[in-house]
Design a protein around this ligand. Sequence first.
Ligand SMILES: CC(=O)N[C@H]1[C@@H](OP(=O)(O)OP(=O)(O)OC[C@H]2O[C@@H](n3ccc(=O)[nH]c3=O)[C@H](O)[C@@H]2O)O[C@H](CO)[C@@H](O)[C@@H]1O[C@H](C)C(=O)N[C@@H](C)C(=O)N[C@H](CCC(=O)O)C(=O)O
Ligand SMILES: Nc1ncnc2c1ncn2[C@@H]1O[C@H](COP(=O)(O)OP(=O)(O)OP(=O)(O)O)[C@@H](O)[C@H]1O
Ligand SMILES: N[C@H](CCC[C@H](N)C(=O)O)C(=O)O
Ligand SMILES: [Mg+2]
Length: 491
Amino acid sequence: MKITELLKYVPYYKTKNQIENISIQNISMDSRAVRPGDLFVCIRGYEVDGHKFAADAVERGAAAIVAEEELEAEVPVIIVNDSSRALAMLASAFYHNPTEKLNLIGVTGTNGKTSVTYLLDEIFRADQQTTGLIGTIQMSIAGTPYPVKNTTPDSLSLQESFAKMCEAKVDTAVMEVSSHALDQGRVFGSDFDVAVFTNLSQDHLDYHDNMDDYLRAKSLLFAQLGNSYNVERAKFAIINNDSPAAKKLIRSTAQPVLTYGVNQKADLMASDIDLHEKGVSFTMETPMGSIHIESPLMGLFSVYNMLASAGAALVSGVSLQVIQQAFKHSKGVRGRFEPVLEGQEFGVVVDYAHTPDSLENVLKTMKDFCRGTIHVVVGCGGDRDRSKRAVMADVAMKYGDDIIFTSDNPRTEDPHRILEDMTSHLSSGYEVIEDRKQAIKRAVNRAQQGDIILIAGKGHETYQEINGVRYDFDDREVARELLRHSKESNT
Ligand SMILES: CC(=O)N[C@H]1[C@@H](OP(=O)(O)OP(=O)(O)OC[C@H]2O[C@@H](n3ccc(=O)[nH]c3=O)[C@H](O)[C@@H]2O)O[C@H](CO)[C@@H](O)[C@@H]1O[C@H](C)C(=O)N[C@@H](C)C(=O)N[C@H](CCC(=O)O)C(=O)O
Ligand SMILES: Nc1ncnc2c1ncn2[C@@H]1O[C@H](COP(=O)(O)OP(=O)(O)OP(=O)(O)O)[C@@H](O)[C@H]1O
Ligand SMILES: N[C@H](CCC[C@H](N)C(=O)O)C(=O)O
Ligand SMILES: [Mg+2]
């Protein structure tokens, strides 16, 4: 492809050399993957500066370089203000702007992104559509799963995936959009039709300076809504009006907004909410009429997730009846309030709650039904937001009865230090068992009929990352094995 064709999509650049005759084979952001004829884009990263690898890329045959500074190179150098965002535009153009052909829904917020994207996928499949899904657990294109490295992929892999979706005749693609991705321009240039906001609470303060900065990153999804070349379809923002962040987000978009909620007046509202042991039921009032919802999903937070996905589905033209059926038959998400059933007399639930707010939501839901003791096994990840650790411990202490603090993914941190961060302000009433399997075992041994064990923080994860090594570890498998073992030793 001619480089000048691609550069039409980059709003501002300068170059010292002639580029008119240059064609490129591919685009690369990693010098190690450059092949002859590629365009190499230098990205200033968090670990290293990609500009350092320009010479390496040229040695491997790069036909041209995109950079944020003038570099000495034997090939043309195209200088841009922001190479991450330039890469996103180049990638979209290289794959023929695939998002213009998809109904693309982006979901952002601290908690509930994976849950809402899975609900939306269920709704669109119930509507007989071919779907694409991108998020924390995996990517799937027309039912075929692919592994992922990030919740939101880098812009190059993302546009390639969108192109694959177009080839597979995907009608609607639903994706999680993390605040990191928005900040780094990974979704820049993607033509979203609907942008959904779930909620904002404390997380990622290792990356964002403060909560305002975190919200500013989230607001970029709403600010870019409708900023593409495709003006044929109406765009919509779907916003949780019960969130204190709602007003700022509503003001950040120039597109029509549909609000949802339970407390504040909104376009989609839930009333007559019944949260019970087997799920939820409520009346959903929408601009298209009211409908009774029953679902096996647990807790008030699931009502919010259903309202968010109903809003996005309705503006995409799906009927209320299809939405109602999808909610009724929802299978839930792996590792999200997932029960582990081995015929034991108490409940065991594995959940991905790794923020104070999600832990509180899950524990509140359990407290409503549990007649016995609530055992909580929880830890915090290493190399991530330190300031949420003590708050998560407080939440566990407030709602749980038998608290065991343990390791999550320590990554490169000392697990002992993470546990210190969680507990140093507490005096008593908890136990620390660093080894996660032993911690789960302790809860299983102590649980009695009518109790619930919550194993929080790792959900669907099938590994535990310690010092750069990922060891096999699946909370669900570990719990299952321990439950079977305890049953055998009791018989
Ligand atoms: C802190 C962070 O967000 N890092 C992301 C970032 O990587 P980075 O800036 O560290 O990259 P780098 O290693 O410094 O490299 C800079 C550039 O030099 C290039 N390079 C490097 C070496 C070389 O020899 N040659 C070369 O060309 C690299 O290809 C890259 O283009 O850009 C990469 C590509 O997009 C991401 O994969 C990576 O995510 C890392 C793995 C990560 O853990 N990110 C987490 C914090 C994250 O993004 N999480 C959110 C979910 C959060 C949530 O909502 O819960 C997510 O979306 O996954
Ligand atoms: N709407 C919600 N509000 C608060 N907590 C929620 C909500 N939905 C789910 N949760 C809780 O948060 C946990 C994570 O949910 P989910 O995986 O859907 O969030 P996410 O935003 O995708 O997280 P991540 O940022 O890690 O990708 C769930 O296991 C549940 O405990
Ligand atoms: N997307 C989340 C994942 C956290 C999962 C938890 N198990 C941990 O390792 O901290 C994050 O990047 O903060
Ligand atoms: Mg997720």
